[in-house]
Write a protein of this length. Sequence first.
Lengths: 313, 243
Amino acid sequence: MSVLVFAEISDGKFKKATFEAVSYGRQVADMLGSKVVAIAIGNGANASELGEYGAHVVKTIQTSDSFTADAYAAAVNASANEVSASTVIISNTYTGKSLAPRLAQLMGASLATNVVSMPDTSNGFQVKRSVFSGKAFAFVNLQRDKKVIAITPNSFEIKTFGESAVVESASSSLGSTGLNIDAVNKVTGKIPLTEAEVVVSGGRGMKGPENWHMIEDLATALGAATACSKPVSDMDWRPHSEHVGQTGITIKPNLYIAVGISGAIQHLAGVSSSKVIVAINKDPEAPFFKAADYGIVGDAFEILPQLIAAAKN
Amino acid sequence: MKILACISVVPDTTTKITFTENNSQFNTAGVQYILNPYDELAVTRGLEIAEANGGTLTIVHVGRAESEPVIRKALSMGANEAIRIDADPTDAQYVAEEIAKIAVGYDLILTGRESIDYNGGVVCGMLGSLLGITSINVVTRIDYADGKFSFDRDIDGGRETVSCAGPCVASAQKELCEPRIPNMRGIMAARTKPLQVLAPQATANFANYASYELPAAKSGVRLIDASEAGKLIDILRNEAKVI
């Protein structure tokens, strides 16, 4: 028996979310008294690095093929069979979310996505996952012998084990896919919103897209990703991909700074799991102040330059 | 061309979420139910493609009779017919297996990116696997030409253009289209459109929801004077230690 971790590679490197998944997998394996095997599909990443985060063995499949759910699911399933994996850990990124359901199907496994806790095995196998777009959590019993768990990025501290992993080629190869990849358009050097540790977000209070350089400057100074509220993306001030909230992206950074966002229930749903929330708004009655840890009441255009200057310092 | 759109019925986005019976049940009292916003996009784009190619759009929903007003809404948007599988949608696996049983023979199957209640986002992939067809998550564009479907899909840190022959299943992301608002003619027509109710075919559950909890309330906001806003950075660095 073993715990298998899908070690996602992006641009020739493991992501931070991958280290979280491996370290989570190791802790699950320690609970279950089994070994951790990571499966890394792609080129360039330094597979032995995963030993540091708790992997005992790393199986690699070298390929330059882009991610497709069908081909990857077949390959991960083959590895799961090979190492008799009872549990597979995946990070809940776009890639992970595409892979997890197909893999769970192939394995006949119970599946939980958006998982934010270690499993509780005191009575069966239970995990906590976020539901209602972050407005609540649910405790779910996974009833099948095999489980696929997709963990929310930024939910678990990365533990290091100072070990080295055995690296070997997987005996399976990438399966065939029905999908043609025609073009890839990746924004390089930008932190994906769902994985960012710090997010600076603007709302209608920013008054127009021409003022967004202030949000971007603060984000750059803090090494943060940028986001926006629904009205802002609806008015096309910012792309839809930046919209956080109930019908946008749900995020869980360590720090969320909301500038000129009132804090409607739908917006709060998408960001309330953030560890620390800062609200900046000229209206002292803005609902966001009830959900925030720190707040500044005042004009964003006067406050932002001060924050940018302090952050650069 | 035959297109199938899978819809779920969810609490309105403004709903304040609470639980009853010792936090084991979602409190449905006073809750307004709506067509899941992402599924609304799936229905709309499905209709646009069906109309442009002389095809039909079928709606499928796993749920009880209370869902019928929402199913009628999808019909009033222009769908040709609907199927309701009369069962509680207990988990995604169950829903996917029930839908898979009626989903054979469609060229394109559409779901929403996720339901805004349980946020699993997994029915698309499960259907792909159950039916042995290609699945494409979080698509922001779908076009059909020369016997092929073409999609833009969100990936980590960017976007990809992909294509495949049908049948395939895709999940709708924002930006796919503007949701269609039913007109009076559509609403009248929807009343008499076929809505078939099928019995479930007893699939086993893979997961069950034991209990729920609400996020811990914040202990209260600490206000910093706007004239010394720079202090906030210092606090975040040295006290909260988040930057």
